[in-house]
Design a protein around this ligand. Structure first.
Ligand SMILES: [Zn+2]
Length: 288
């Protein structure tokens, strides 16, 4: 009997030990404070993967492009969105809008503005846009004093980019302040030596064809609101130039109404079947 009682006690002890072991196995693992994920202000432990028995393993995606590489209408006609005279206080909003559509653009930046907003110049480069040149000063008398003066503006702009971004993130893509038909260089009949000088410094030169007239309010002879006038100008220049290649749309990211209109323009272009490119991929001058 005595031996029997000890055996029962021994079995009970073993059962208790087993039960304690099972319990400790079910306990939540300790949460490392560094792994705590904060979502919407709530603190919660990271979700742990619970293996499902007999679940078919999900194959790793092999050919799904990263979201930043998704372009609307791949293979469709290309349009180049270009933003002039920044960086400025609205440029961050432009970058956010472009990111939300996963599209890239070309920013014709002024060196003096990059010195005021170096972080925005950095964002333009780091978010995969074309950081292009629109001179150091945008001062017509300084830029077009001579062809050497223009080349000097290009060199100063590039050094400004290097100082702001930390490396040479500048494209060899240039837009003349005022365009190549500006009266300071004598329009089409006076521009050739200046275009040749820019090409000699390694830059391709790009004017534009489509626009929203956000720098030509005198064209608003119908007395429309700014946003209606810009939208009308966009549609009007689209009808005129839709078959021109390259198709280049000029917008100023210094004008808040232009930024307000941007999503509507992008959605219209997507609906028309366009895809979006950057001008560092066009290896030719485009002069209007
Ligand atoms: Zn300009």
């Amino acid at each position: 009997m005595r031996a029997d009682g000890s055996f029962k006690k021994y079995i009970s002890f073993l059962m208790a030990l087993l039960f304690a072991l099972i319990l400790s196995g079910c306990k939540d693992p300790a949460v490392d404070p560094d792994d705590v994920v904060v979502i919407g202000g709530n603190t919660q432990a990271p979700a742990t993967a619970v293996p499902t028995p007999d679940a078919t393993p999900t194959p790793a995606p092999t050919d799904t492009p990263a979201p930043t590489d998704v372009l609307p209408n791949p293979g469709g006609p290309v349009i180049y969105l270009t933003f002039d005279d920044g960086p400025y206080k609205y440029t961050g909003e432009v970058l956010d809008i472009l990111a939300s559509y996963h599209i890239k653009a070309t920013f014709f930046t002024i060196g003096d503005q990059i010195q005021k907003y170096p972080e925005l110049a950095k964002r333009i480069a780091e978010e995969g846009h074309c950081l292009a040149c629109h001179s150091q000063t945008h001062n017509m008398n300084s830029c077009y004093k001579s062809t050497d003066a223009l080349v000097n503006e290009l060199a100063r702009w590039r050094q400004t980019v290097i100082n702001a971004v930390g490396y040479d993130a500048g494209a060899y893509v240039f837009r003349f302040p005022g365009g190549t038909t500006n009266t300071t260089i004598g329009g089409r009949s006076g521009r050739d030596p200046y275009v040749a000088a820019a090409n000699g410094a390694g830059y391709y030169v790009f004017d534009w064809n489509m626009g929203i007239n956000d720098r030509w309010l005198a064209g608003n002879t119908q007395g429309l609101s700014k946003i209606d006038y810009f939208w009308w100008s966009y549609q009007d220049t689209y009808q005129t130039f839709k078959n021109t290649r390259p198709l280049i749309l000029i917008i100023h990211d210094t004008e808040p109404v232009s930024v307000e209109l941007l999503p509507r323009i992008i959605e219209d272009l997507i609906a028309k079947g366009f895809t979006f490119g950057t001008l560092n991929n066009e290896h030719n001058n485009y002069l209007m």
